[in-house]
Write a protein that binds this ligand. Structure first.
Ligand code: F6R
Length: 270
């Protein structure tokens, strides 16, 4: 696992943007797994501002609230179209987001898994982390071998996401989510976490035991994981200084250098 610690969320985002942009340039038909939430917001805007060619890119989103239709302002459909897809030249049939209104949820989940396989698997899976350690909506106690399915949100997650819905009562109780097993099949997992409130969850994911009680810890089992953190999110890592040295002493050819804020105006490669 590679842990990249940057002074700010903006700086960490720009290194991640470079990684994603590099993949899209090198593999114009790449399959991307995408996350929603506050964490990847700037990444999507900056990535869109690069005006890359998305015509052959395929995307699969991690999750969607059950009972929430695509037009709902808090749906992950709305989020993705507003913050990324409407800003790039992606082909609509190449976009896949779980259907929160699916009548036959198990049937839908099976189909979603099949669509990922048919697309050739996910090249890069973007992830955020919940304060309870969830990835996707795989809450604590989720099987580390789980596949796409319906899952119930914890109180903590519903409380955390109340900021998007206006109140906790309005946050749906269920979501369709890719499973941990599904996520671990991606060829590269990229986790982003910013802010002090994520510090504990990040430390447990990277340095704690692998346990279903902390779903993100399953990433320790994956051979290729990159974690982008700002200083506050890295605060509780025991080996923080070691990760920093590993990154600083990397040979240049291995390094993802940050790009400077693009979505506003000018592109600067550092
Ligand atoms: C969203 C998702 C979730 C979020 C996590 C962090 O698609 O899969 O696991 O990544 O809840 O959310 P934010 O970024 O809002 O803190």
């Amino acid at each position: 696992m590679e842990v990249v610690i940057q002074p700010t969320a903006e700086a960490a985002t720009m290194v991640a943007v470079r990684l994603l942009a590099g993949l899209i340039r090198q593999k114009p038909d790449a399959v991307l797994g995408l996350a929603t939430g506050a964490t990847p917001l700037r990444l999507y805007w900056e990535l869109a501002a690069l005006k890359l060619d998305w015509r052959r890119i395929k995307t699969f989103n991690l999750d969607e609230y059950v009972g929430v239709g695509p037009e709902h302002p808090q749906s992950y459909h709305s989020f993705m179209w507003k913050n990324l897809f409407n800003r790039v030249n992606i082909a609509k049939p190449n976009v896949h987001i779980p259907d929160g209104l699916a009548k036959d949820i198990p049937g839908f989940c099976k189909k979603y898994e099949k669509q990922i396989r048919t697309a050739g698997g996910i090249d890069l899976q973007l992830l955020g982390i919940g304060t309870d350690g969830h990835i996707g909506f795989n809450e604590p106690s989720s099987s580390l071998a789980s596949r796409t399915r319906i899952n119930m949100l914890t109180r903590q997650t519903r409380r955390d996401n109340a900021r998007f819905f206006g109140s906790e009562e309005r946050v749906p109780h269920h979501a369709i989510t890719m499973g941990i097993g599904t996520i671990l099949e991606s060829r590269h997992c990229v986790l982003l976490a910013f802010g002090k409130r994520k510090a504990r969850a990040v430390a447990e994911a990277i340095e704690g035991p692998v346990t279903a009680m902390h779903p993100a810890s399953a990433l320790q089992l994956h051979p290729k994981v990159t974690v982008f953190l700002d200083e506050p999110a890295a605060a509780e890592l025991k080996l923080k200084h070691y990760y920093r040295r590993v990154y600083d002493y990397k040979p240049d050819w291995q390094k993802e250098r940050p790009m400077r804020l693009l979505h506003s105006s000018i592109l600067v490669v550092l």
